[in-house]
Design a protein around this ligand. Structure first.
Ligand code: SAH
Ligand code: AVI
Length: 328
């Protein structure tokens, strides 16, 4: 897609042929491991992003509505505390809950720019076009890229920035990468900036498992969609109907895993990699982990990255938390 350039919208893509290699490398690496695994970012092609939005509306998926409630209750306080003129959002998706914060910044008359960062190109373009219309006077600088590699391409700040990373997406990193990511983020933050981070909390595993194995089967479709991505992008021949969605909470590690289980013995060819992969009956491919937090774990992860917790905002049922932090 061509970069959009006018006075209020600019969208730049940092994904290129090297990123097609990233998918190829991830698949080669992941499908040849003893426990087969793929990084979750490949779940989000255009169809995967639509399915994720549908998940957010599900009765079992408590995270989205709970985080929205926390943001509605606290947005004014957060905006007053941070004096932010700019909102930089990592993994912005459809930026639905973001509007609660943008509304508060607009009401405080501080809002100047929104910077969505996401690997999903169609989503960043759609959000940029919609939000400049909804917020007259605000500019949008979209970054189509990987938040683990492209944060150095953020535009120079216009003033104090509020970095936001919502939805509990930080939980999709394994613990080591999570800390590396937070350290990388800290490096691009300045002394006037704050980070607003949404994290899902540890709770009754039955509530968590229902959220990742909904009765309408939307999460199953979201999970299985990654096989369509591999078929299309890498000329693989996964028979999607012969895999089933699995979600279980690992009580020791306090994270939920999504996996795809082969219902029978299978041979899969990945043409672009000249790779043949065998799946034994009931063999599983891990497609995502989603870590659940305690306030203590959150505080120590932030501290390890040199970030100091300013405030923790939680809903009355203690399902989800939104933390505000700054450079320590
Ligand atoms: N923030 C939204 C969307 C969360 S879904 C919400 O709270 O509802 C996770 C989003 O992160 C998706 O839009 C996905 O495309 C994006 N994403 C996943 N991995 C990414 C990566 N490595 N770099 C940039 N964006 C990524
Ligand atoms: C984006 N991320 C925080 C979601 C989660 O809950 O871990 C992705 C998701 N996976 C299954 N349902 C939703």
């Amino acid at each position: 897609m061509e970069p959009i350039l006018d006075s209020t919208i600019e969208v730049r893509s940092y994904l290129g042929p090297a990123d097609e290699r990233t998918l190829a490398d991830d698949v080669l690496d992941g499908l040849t491991r003893p426990l087969k695994e793929l990084p979750p970012k490949h779940l989000y092609d255009a169809r995967g992003s639509e399915l994720f939005d549908a998940i957010c509306e599900l009765p079992e998926y408590y995270q989205t509505r709970t985080e929205r409630l926390i943001l509605r209750t606290q947005a004014q306080t957060i905006v007053a505390r941070t004096s932010a003129v700019e909102l930089v959002e990592l993994g912005s998706g459809s930026a639905d809950k973001t509007r609660v914060l943008l509304d508060a910044m607009e009401a405080a008359r501080t809002l100047r720019r929104y910077v969505p960062v996401d690997v999903s190109e169609t989503t960043v373009h759609a959000v940029a076009e919609r939000l400049v219309e909804e917020y007259p006077g605000m500019s949008v600088h979209g970054v189509v890229g990987d938040f683990e590699r492209h944060l150095t391409h953020l535009p120079s700040p216009l003033g104090p920035r509020l970095f936001v990373f919502l939805g509990g997406t930080i939980g999709n990193f394994p613990p080591g990468s999570r800390r590396r990511f937070l350290r990388g983020l800290r490096k691009v933050m300045g002394p006037d900036d704050h980070l607003l981070l949404g994290t899902d909390l540890v709770k009754d595993p039955r509530i968590i498992e229902a959220a990742y194995d909904d009765s309408a089967g939307v999460t199953a479709q979201f999970n299985l969609n990654v096989l369509h991505v591999l078929n299309r992008e890498l000329g693989a021949n996964f028979d999607v109907d012969r895999f089933e969605h699995v979600a279980f909470f690992d009580r020791k590690r306090e994270w939920i895993e999504m996996r795809l289980r082969a219902t029978e013995q299978q041979h899969v060819r990945v043409e672009a990699l000249d790779l043949d992969v065998e799946f034994a009956p009931r063999e599983e491919l891990r497609t995502e982990i989603s870590a659940k937090f305690t306030p203590e774990r959150l505080r120590s992860d932030l501290a390890a990255a040199g970030l100091e917790l300013v405030e923790l905002y939680t809903d009355p049922n203690k399902l989800f938390t939104v933390s505000l932090s700054r450079l320590g």
